[in-house]
Design a protein. Structure first.
Length: 115
């Protein structure tokens, strides 16, 4: 099974999750999503595999969430995915995806449920 790890090296939880995966010698691809934002299609798939609504995957405390006026908007899943694709800092991290299921690593040990 192949895994994709959506990683932000500046985030301590993301670094901890990466260390957990490396300790297990798991074969996975690291996506630095701030430099290579996921597409709307990829994000919609992640929402589904995470079994979460978009607002459960968005970092609502990020300053740009309020600056963009998103705190008062009712958007469709596609529109939320578009906002994340344009502003990847809004994506909760880290996320591990195996193509069938995905998990948010908060706490990082939650990632281990996919292994």
């Amino acid at each position: 099974m192949s895994y994709t790890y959506y990683h932000n090296p500046r985030c301590s939880k993301s670094r901890q999750g990466l260390a957990l995966l490396e300790e297990r010698e798991l074969d996975f691809e690291v996506v630095l999503y701030l430099q290579n934002p996921p597409t709307v299609e990829t994000l919609l798939g992640l929402f589904s595999r995470l079994e979460k609504e978009p607002l459960e995957v968005i970092r609502t405390k990020e300053s740009c969430f309020k600056e963009l006026g998103l705190d008062h908007k009712m958007l469709s899943d596609e529109e939320w995915a578009g906002e994340i694709a344009k502003n990847p800092v809004l994506l909760e991290r880290p996320i591990l995806d195996n193509g069938q299921k995905a998990a948010i690593g908060r706490p990082p040990e939650d990632l281990l449920a996919l292994l």
